[in-house]
Design a protein around this ligand. Structure first.
Ligand code: ASP
Length: 323
């Protein structure tokens, strides 16, 4: 009764009306079993599990969905295995420019930042912006300045840069101009959605964007309604994939609208949005949950790092689409 697998693309959980639910992703893309170095897959699963337990502990103790998604995403930002915070994908100039957003489904307040270069936790910055107002979206040096004014820890840009991401950028440059950016589409953005015991929803997403992106490029993750969205009574979504296409498909908004206005079940809505992304030539996936805490994962890529936990005791960590 636990899982239904639809067309090998979608996993759905039963409704969890009374308790809390949490789902996270660590990015989607061309993730193949033979690409991992020794111990790498196990280390990634461990990092996903740790982040999951961080959020689950908050929800289990009666904490808010908002606190849970922020803490889950912050744990993934701190891990070099994912494209957020430490280990972020690099721009064409070899720098890290980070995007993040968080949204509270109860109030529909949101905070979003783009082009962050010195703030250690972009998701903490997005949360601070949301709490402080009046603005929803801050960009570049102004976002880092806001973080400094509010005492959020600062680091040199090199803090985010790992040898693996430098190697990926070099590989991309060697492939020449036809490679466009991120030829492997091995993403790694991180995100989380949660429903707390009070029934409130929240979503958070954090990313370095795409390897070889132009400096100044903004992806879908910080765009409310594209890569991140939470609306009580509808759904919460965090996306990963080809950001330009997720923006054009307004992927997260499309999923919640399908629930609100068409009455579609979450699973079908998530699948339809990913199909729409695919029809525009995009790839990636989403984690989503509905007002009752049912969880859906949908993707059109060979893999997506993902995990789920519920009050009912569900715990799962998956990587490959067919898992
Ligand atoms: N969606 C992100 C972006 O385009 C990339 C990713 O998911 O890894 O910025």
């Amino acid at each position: 009764m636990r899982l239904a697998v639809l067309a090998g693309l979608l996993l759905a959980a039963p409704v969890n009306a009374e308790g809390w639910s949490l789902a996270l992703h660590g990015g989607a893309g061309v993730i193949a079993r033979d690409q991992f170095g020794p111990g790498e897959e196990a280390a990634i699963r461990e990092a996903l599990g740790k982040a999951l337990e961080t959020g689950a502990a908050i929800l289990g103790a009666g904490g808010s969905a908002l606190d849970a998604v922020e803490a889950t995403v912050a744990a993934l930002e701190a891990s070099p295995h994912f494209n957020a915070g430490v280990g972020a994908a690099l721009t064409l100039a070899g720098t890290a420019e980070l995007d993040a957003a968080i949204m509270d489904g109860a109030t529909r307040r949101a905070g979003a930042v783009t082009g962050v270069t010195t703030t250690r936790s972009p998701i903490a910055l997005a949360r601070k912006l949301m709490e402080t107002g009046p603005h929803v979206f801050l960009a570049g040096p102004a976002a880092d300045a806001f973080a400094r004014r509010h005492g959020l820890p600062q680091v040199p840009n090199s803090h985010f840069i790992t040898p693996e991401r430098q190697r990926m950028l070099k590989e991309l440059n060697a492939a020449g101009p036809s490679a466009s950016f991120d030829a492997t589409l091995r993403f790694g953005t991180v995100g989380a959605v949660a429903r707390d015991r009070a029934g409130n929803l929240a979503a958070a997403t954090s990313t370095g964007g795409l390897t070889g992106k132009a400096p100044g490029r903004v992806g879908d993750a910080p765009v409310i309604g594209a890569g991140t969205l939470a609306e009580n009574g509808a759904c919460a979504v965090s996306a990963t994939g080809s950001g330009e296409i997720f923006i054009r498909a307004r992927a997260a908004g499309q999923i919640c609208d399908r629930l609100r206005f068409l009455g579609q079940p979450l699973q079908a809505a998530a699948e339809a949005a990913i199909a729409d992304v695919g029809s525009l030539g995009g790839s990636g996936g989403v984690v989503a949950l509905d007002a009752k805490g049912a969880i859906a994962f949908a993707m059109n890529s060979p893999g997506m790092y993902r995990a789920a936990a519920t009050a009912a005791g569900r715990r799962e960590i998956r990587i490959f689409a067919e898992e």
